[in-house]
Design a protein around this ligand. Structure first.
Ligand SMILES: NC(=O)c1ccc[n+]([C@@H]2O[C@H](COP(=O)([O-])OP(=O)(O)OC[C@H]3O[C@@H](n4cnc5c(N)ncnc54)[C@H](OP(=O)(O)O)[C@@H]3O)[C@@H](O)[C@H]2O)c1
Length: 273
């Protein structure tokens, strides 16, 4: 039995849509919002809720653990969820991590992923880590209302990957063999600068979109007014800084290797409307 968390979200819903012919358990916070998947059972549990997770994971062999929405205590929630999975008898955990996950990663949220990966390793459970690049789906949303992309990304490149491709990989890794202990960088087919992204969006939308590189200071100051917590602002700003540093620029062949087809690039993504 495959258990999947986060199926009410953008990525998880895409994953479960591809898991129609396997025993499936959707582990959700709100069963009323669980996607409709023929034959799947639904169980209610949030990350960190030990007793609810033990019950929800009963009989689950392989767990697709989606990383939680960013929060100050996300690593603790992940660790507690992993512990519950191991206690419930889960044999393998497939976890959505982030490229360049490391304790000193420029992108502060990628540090969370490293700590979670390390915790999963420490339990001795079988695992596969899907280290996603930035979702390609977010790139059009970088454009402000004045048609300018602003961020401290310098001239760095980002090998953004579509959620659809991450989901296709996840479905194959969950149902296939030979992935135990593997860490896959999931990227798009190429890495582009934000100036190049602006040019692609200009062509697709028929209006001029441009990129203005900010300094780190400018980036923090321009986001001060949003009223977000400092850890959250740091996550937003450092996602661009990690593009500048080159930590998001490597292109991998993992999507094509695992799914048998090339990943979607930015032109194709925006061309789909
Ligand atoms: N690679 C990237 O560019 C990138 C960007 C943003 C986020 N991410 C990470 O990738 C994950 C999946 O992305 P997405 O686009 O599918 O996000 P999403 O649409 O916001 O979905 C997040 C899913 O995780 C569930 N979830 C979040 N926190 C939870 C908790 N504490 N306990 C139980 N369930 C929880 C949500 O459940 P509810 O419906 O109940 O809220 C939802 O189903 C995100 O959660 C985030 O960690 C990656």
């Amino acid at each position: 039995m495959i258990g999947v968390t986060g199926s009410t979200g953008q990525l998880g819903s895409r994953i479960v849509a591809q898991l129609t012919s396997v025993p499936l358990r959707l582990i959700v916070r709100d069963p009323a919002r669980a996607p409709s998947v023929p034959g799947a059972s639904v169980a209610q549990a949030a990350y960190g809720e030990h007793a609810a997770l033990l019950s929800a994971l009963d009989g689950v062999d392989v767990l697709m653990l989606l990383s939680a929405t960013e929060s100050a205590d996300r690593v603790a929630l992940h660790k507690a969820t992993v512990d519950a999975a191991v206690a419930a008898g889960v044999q393998r955990i497939v976890y959505t991590s982030f490229v360049g996950a490391a304790p000193g990663a420029t992108f502060t949220f990628a540090r969370d992923h490293w700590h979670t990966e390390e915790h999963i390793r420490s339990t001795g459970v079988d695992f596969t880590f899907l280290r996603d690049n930035m979702y390609l789906d977010f790139v059009p949303g970088f454009v402000g209302s004045d048609d300018v992309i602003r961020g401290p990304a310098g001239d760095g490149r980002v090998a953004a990957v579509a959620r659809d491709d991450v989901a296709a990989v996840a479905a194959r890794v969950l149902t296939g063999s030979g992935h135990n202990g593997a860490t896959y960088d999931l990227t798009g087919p190429s890495a582009f600068t934000l100036a190049e992204a602006a040019a692609v969006l200009t062509a697709a939308w028929g209006r001029k979109v441009r990129y203005e590189a900010e300094t780190l200071d400018e980036a923090y100051r321009s986001r001060e007014s949003y009223g977000a917590a400092p850890w959250e602002v740091a996550g937003w700003v450092t996602s661009y800084a990690a593009i500048a540093s080159g930590e998001m620029g490597n292109v991998s062949t993992a999507v094509a290797d695992i799914t048998g087809r090339e990943p979607i690039g930015l032109e194709e993504y925006v061309g789909r409307g």
